[in-house]
Design a protein around this ligand. Structure first.
Ligand SMILES: Nc1ncnc2c1ncn2[C@@H]1O[C@H](COP(=O)(O)OP(=O)(O)OP(=O)(O)O)[C@@H](O)[C@H]1O
Ligand SMILES: [Mg+2]
Length: 281
């Protein structure tokens, strides 16, 4: 990648103090302990630090290990080598996720027989049953109402998922990940199945939510322009086994809006990222 797009070397030196998500020498080999199967090295020697409040996107060709990376941060998968830490603590299984990490999958996960309000509350009920959350549900019921307006679903709290559009259902999914107030959001192509216009609109709204809630976000996408628009940094993974091929600082001003996409710098950053991506194949 051209020099002007390389990360500022001084920025790296200040990075250590507030690392919220860190991958340190991480490999992931599927089937390593099953001699009957051929093993697949999905990720190799991943070193990646994400600081408090940063918005970092990971892009890379299909099958390069993006979901694997995210699931390791969520504690749904274990690293084969190296360590994954959230807020300085080793991630050791999904228990860790319960308090600090919200996970947003590519497709909405709302239950069709529950209203929007009850769907948003669902993660809290599960966490309460598991003993991960104590205390009064009223606090969370109030929070659900706040979230409904935060994500722009006012008036739809008592609707059922099948009465909502795909974009509205994805807002429910985002609310579900925010309801127990995790400090970290892990998002796996959350807008991948939406049309371009809805996606652009939700991008702007996600940035507003990020700003208002001060989360640290690790965002996976296939869409390079989406990555540029949203992020402080875009991490590029190579084809499998995924290795960090580039880590690009996105120095576009914030707050960003629809006009950002037409700016000279946006077009420049996007073109460079596309070029870099093509050179990986
Ligand atoms: N449970 C599993 N067992 C064996 N191999 C797996 C498993 N899950 C993923 N893989 C392999 O690991 C590699 C990375 O998969 P992963 O789902 O992380 O890729 P991805 O970058 O998210 O792809 P996509 O962009 O298509 O979503 C793929 O080659 C896949 O076949
Ligand atoms: Mg994936």
């Amino acid at each position: 990648m051209s020099n002007e797009l390389a990360r500022d070397p001084e920025a790296k030196e200040t990075a250590s103090a507030e690392e919220v998500i860190s991958f340190d020498g991480v490999d992931k080999v599927y089937g390593a302990d099953d001699p009957a199967k051929e093993s697949v090295t999905a990720l190799k020697d991943i070193d990646l630090d994400i600081r408090q409040g940063e918005f970092v996107s990971v892009v890379g060709p299909s099958g390069c290990g993006k979901t694997t990376l995210l699931h390791m941060a969520a504690g749904l998968l274990e690293a084969t080598n190296g360590s994954v830490r959230i807020n300085g603590v080793d991630v050791q299984g999904p228990d860790h996720k319960r308090k600090e990490v919200g996970l947003v999958f590519q497709h909405p996960v709302a239950l069709e027989w529950r209203t929007v309000r009850k769907n948003i509350l669902l993660p809290v009920q599960i966490l309460k049953e598991n003993g991960a959350i104590e205390g009064d549900m009223d606090e969370y019921r109030d929070r659900v109402d706040d979230l409904i307006s935060l994500v722009g679903l006012e008036g739809f709290g008592d609707s059922y998922p099948n009465e909502l559009s795909g974009g509205m259902q994805q807002r429910v999914t985002i609310s579900q990940s925010l309801v127990y107030n995790p400090s970290v959001l892990l998002m796996d192509e959350p807008f991948g199945s939406l049309d371009a216009m809805t996606k652009d609109q939700l991008n702007v709204e996600l940035l507003r939510i990020w700003r208002e809630t001060e989360k640290t976000i690790l965002f996976i996408t296939h869409d390079l322009d989406e990555a540029v628009f949203l992020s402080d940094r875009v991490v590029v993974l190579s084809p499998r086994p995924g290795e960090v091929a580039d880590d690009v600082e996105i120095d576009l001003d914030r707050p960003r809006n629809e006009e950002t996409r037409g700016s000279e710098r946006f077009v420049e950053l996007s073109a460079a990222l596309h070029k870099n991506f093509r050179s990986l194949r």
